[in-house]
Design a protein around this ligand. Structure first.
Ligand code: 6R9
Length: 669
């Protein structure tokens, strides 16, 4: 087994044919992208259609320095385009009409379908016409709560076709969460499905939407139209039968089935030309104060960056088959299931199910079935699959693979090596892509034919991105060292604002270090200049690649009538990366017992999502606090880890609390 300190050069067979085939070529292009961004991105912009031309004087403007005025970023301001036109009509015009845009692979292996570019364009137009008939206009938000089915892709593209802003919420979030997001973005139209199977689990999506709509209505907010894909009735359940779709309750006048309205609509729809800087979509991400942030992306820059990163990071070639396993509800699904691949006229796979159904080799079976060339997944999935051993991988022919991607959290060298050796046969390049909902696309990543790989290093910045490390005082760390990962300049797809809250955008990302976009992650640079992302530096947790804030979970726990105070920290977990370790203080009505723990877990599940369920709940009659009353999470992290080396405790108001928490640490922790 190779050591984790080794460097793995790209395999000659990969490098030879890659778009970027040497590190020197990367460096040269990178230099140009930083020194002449207008020239670099201008050439790329020419590959797309602009209804009104790009004004060279308005190519790119920004201010990242809060002391000099409001923060803003603009690319190609004033040029008009339409992203659905670019990724559909243009591809059809270029002769890709009969090319498969998506293979759909259902949860059950007997369910699968495909959609060509021509057919996708038609379906998008039909859906766009229906959205228009429901009153959706340019700039309006449309709420989407969908499983991994092709109608989800169609809905997003239909929104962009008419200039509407899609606001998709991951279909694993609870009704409470969804309701909050619907009201925050002000959507009046909702698109969903009756449900879906994930492995052997039935997700009753319409039921959750109904609950969310009731919660909205209680606050005087009404969804006017809800379009429902009847999905369950057309696919195989794990029992091998079809589910009775009539079980889904429909409200007269508001709810309508997709199949009753979309097929009747016209298959052509003239695109709405929008400004490059018009909002294209929004997507909520966790914020460290608890309330989710509606990250807003705009049209022109997002298109350029999604297209360019997809092409180079996955080294995509015209006949390749690409597969990203991310759910469409996350930014990875937006940029690298929908827009990036389509902008390159790619053929990709949308997979509905889990890695474990019907057997633990499903991922490998799907790669084999479709002869996948690029496979993009998350470290948590790799770690879970490693447990079943490499024999399951060896059962399948994975020889078509060239590029393996990783995203969502740092990948530990052990998982990296397993991925490299057993999935990639020591031939594939692994791209460990670091990015965020906010960045819109990859910002740090190796390039398959160019970058010698180091297991666990996100390596180097992508074109147009300057990565800087700062110390606590805001001084730049040049050369080797560890600090805050920040960016002094925007690239085309950096988010432009937080929906309806530009102040929060400025304070969250631009005030800690004036002049820089602050990622909230720490990173170190090694002697060879490689960047290694070390994880969040703020109060955020990353459970199986799902980002959430400790404050969000704490506020749910303290809603329980028996809880007076709660503090949540991350604890490392062999598969999930991190898990939730919660300290709770009960009030006079509460008794800390099994029942209470069960209720708290249930509460988090209902209010946030199943993936947010705590692994450990510890009774904390007292919490370690500073004299000014701030909870010292640093110490709680040590208790969670069982590490008695807690360092400086001079600011602690009552050191006895810490000893007590160590002594009563649950055995299951
Ligand atoms: C794309 C996505 C963003 C946070 C980010 C960081 C972590 C993502 C990573 C990584 C180390 C990688 N993260 N990719 N950490 N190496 N390759 O995941 O977006 O859901 O917004 O999460 O995820 O902490 O700040 P998002």
């Amino acid at each position: 087994m190779p050591s984790e300190k080794s460097v793995y050069p790209p395999h000659p067979s990969i490098a030879r044919s890659a778009h970027i085939s040497s590190f020197a070529q990367y460096q040269e292009m990178y230099k140009r992208s930083i020194e002449r961004p207008d020239e670099f991105w201008g050439e790329i912009a020419k590959q797309f259609y602009w209804e009104t031309p790009i004004d060279p004087d308005n190519f790119f403007k920004y201010n990242f320095d809060i002391t000099k005025g409001p923060i803003f970023t603009k690319w190609l301001d004033g040029a008009r385009t339409n992203i659905s036109y670019n990724v559909l009509d243009m591809n059809v015009k270029r002769g890709h009409g009969d090319k498969v845009a998506f293979y759909w692979e259902g949860n059950h292996p007997d369910d699968y379908s495909r959609l060509t570019y021509k057919k996708l364009l038609e379906e998008v137009c039909r859906c766009a016409n229906v959205l228009k008939s429901k009153g959706v206009q340019k700039g309006d938000r449309v709420a989407v709560y969908m499983p991994m089915i092709l109608e989800a892709v169609i809905t997003l593209l239909a929104c962009t076709r008419i200039g509407a802003v899609h606001s998709l919420v991951f279909a694993g979030f609870s009704a409470d969460n969804f309701a909050e997001r619907i009201m925050d973005c002000g959507a009046r139209v909702l698109v969903t499905a009756d449900g879906a199977w994930r492995g052997e689990k039935l997700l009753q999506l319409k039921v959750i939407c109904d609950q969310a709509m009731v919660k909205c209505a209680q606050k005087g907010y009404n969804i006017e139209s809800c379009i429902v894909v009847s999905h369950l009735g057309r696919v195989m359940s794990p029992m091998g039968t079809h589910y009775n779709a009539n079980k889904t309750p429909m409200q007269e006048g508001r709810d309508i089935y997709w199949h009753e309205i979309i097929p009747e609509a016209s298959p052509s729809c003239y695109p709405e030309w929008v400004e490059a800087e018009d909002p294209m979509f929004m997507l909520y991400t966790s914020g460290s104060t608890g309330k989710p942030k509606g990250v807003v992306h705009t049209t022109g820059g997002y298109l350029l960056y999604a297209a360019t990163t997809f092409k180079y990071v996955f080294d995509y070639k015209p006949n390749d088959v690409y597969w990203c396993t991310a759910d469409i509800g996350w930014i990875t699904g937006h940029t690298y299931v929908v827009y990036g691949p389509l902008a390159n006229a790619a053929t990709s796979i949308v997979y509905e199910g889990t890695p474990f159904y019907p057997e633990n080799d499903r991922f490998w079976a799907v790669i084999d079935k479709y002869k996948v060339n690029q496979f993009y997944t998350a470290p948590t999935a790799i770690r879970a699959l490693m447990k079943f051993g490499e024999d399951l991988v060896k059962k399948h022919d994975l020889s078509t693979l060239r590029v393996l991607g990783s995203v969502g959290e740092p990948i530990n060298p052990e998982a990296w090596l397993w991925y490299y050796k057993y999935v990639g046969h020591e031939k594939c390049s692994i791209v460990d892509t670091f990015w965020q909902t906010e960045t819109g696309g990859h910002v740090l990543t190796p390039l398959p034919g160019a970058t010698p790989m180091k297991p666990g290093a996100a390596s180097f910045p992508f074109f147009g991105v300057q990565a800087v490390l700062l110390d606590e005082a805001g001084k730049e760390i040049k050369g080797e060292g560890e600090g805050y990962l920040v960016f002094p300049q925007p690239w085309p797809s950096l988010m432009r604002t937080l929906y309806n809250d530009h102040d929060r955008y400025e304070t969250t990302y631009f005030t800690k270090f004036p002049g820089y976009y602050c990622t909230g992650d720490g990173a170190k640079r090694d002697a060879d200049g490689y960047l290694w992302v070390t994880g969040r530096v703020d109060d955020m947790l990353n459970v199986s690649g799902h980002l959430m804030s400790t404050a969000e979970v704490e506020s749910v726990l303290t809603e329980h009538p028996s809880i007076s105070e709660a503090a949540v920290v991350a604890k490392s977990h062999p598969v999930k990366g991190e898990c939730l370790y919660c300290f709770v203080t009960t009030n006079e009505h509460g008794e800390f017992d099994e029942k209470l723990q069960k209720e708290l877990r249930q509460l988090v599940r209902e209010r946030i999502a199943p993936f947010a369920m705590p692994d450990v709940i510890q009774n904390a009659p007292g919490l370690p606090k500073t004299r000014s009353g701030k909870i010292m999470r640093r110490i709680l992290r040590k208790i969670a880890a069982g590490d008695r080396d807690i360092g400086d405790t001079s600011t602690l108001a009552d050191p006895a609390v810490v000893q007590q928490l160590f002594a009563t640490r649950p055995i299951t922790a």
